[in-house]
Design a protein around this ligand. Sequence first.
Ligand SMILES: O=C(O)CCC(=O)C(=O)O
Length: 417
Amino acid sequence: MVRLIIGVAQPVVTMTCQKKELPRGENRMQDISKSIEACAARYGEQAAAMRDYLVAGQDAALALDNRGPIEFDASGKLAQHILDAYSKYGFYVFTGVLTEEECEDIETDMVALKASFPVAPDSTVDVEGRPALGSDSLTPHLVWSKPLGDPLGGTQLANGRHQIKMFEPEATADTPLASPFILLGSLRFSDACLRTYAHPELLRVAEAINGEDFAPFNEALFIKEPGIGAAVSWHQDGVTHWDSPDFDENIHGFNFMAQLYGSTAVNGVWVLPGSHKLGKIDIKDLVSSSKSERIEGAVPLVCDRGDVVICNRQALHGSFPNSGFEPRLTVNFGFHKRSSVLGVKGGGIHSNAQVFDDEIIARRSRVLGYAIASRKERFPEETAYEYKPFTEQSLSFVWDDAARADIHDYNRDDLSI
Ligand SMILES: O=C(O)CCC(=O)C(=O)O
């Protein structure tokens, strides 16, 4: 069913613009006990083991010291405790980043997007017979799956990085034969997601991790509807730099994962803490030593609505099919160190393999310029992020129809490494 190969202790200042900020370390966790039971029940004789794994993982995730609001110290640097925890675990849950207003904007766009999805993987029309979303695209945009499937696991798609096939529970008879679960190049389809891409505090985090000349990676939506949403089998994202003499824990960049409905042990991404420092992992071996796909030591990303995770792309991660009752919609967008992409031949997963030069990086970065411009219009009271490469070249951007046309198929230049 897959249509595409994808693919020092200093005083801290807590950021403003968050309506639902909680003290560091706390979260309002959704009660997912019914989902845990429903999910476990689909695993047959493994039901008890699955239930125990979900509960233990959730408890372990909440016991880690890697969640709280985005904080900067008195000199404007990202708080050291965040940098330390991110380096230790390979991920950090920033709580209360997106305001309710911003989440509602994304929700509104999602309703329109879903209504314009093609009716079937090979269709070019939506349910009303209109040209479907992306039917004029030259670039890949939708990845489809059968309900509760694992379309990437155990295949050679995406450079074979999803080494094992996850268990695919049987879906109920009322589910569609196939539905989209990943939307690529998402910034051209949703103004709300475009604006989230320019969130000033998130971009300051990107700068802190990857330097002020940080470069884009790619953007996608992960759509995990209850009873339908597909698995993304265990994998590490990076494909190009594992044997590099300059290898370090940040060389393959990171993804921000903004949560519209929260994220749970049942529907969320699971991460093996610290695995971003281990180099390339033999996943089959790990599954074999864990005696099941329930990899020992992994924990789920437990989030509320509006939380945003930063996840190192080298960390071992994956998600189970969503056989619970809560939806998950993740607005994914990643960034790299410029040195990780400049002069590097891409891995060919999200875009055709090409050597990324200054021109390609500049072309791919313009969507960030439009995003900042568009966010300024929607949230004029906010201090917009200033991206050094634009300032140095005195580049300015306007978000208008010409800009929309300019980013048509922009993801053909995804800096896929
Ligand atoms: O959201 C998911 O389920 C998977 C996300 C993922 O694998 C990624 O961002 O690399």
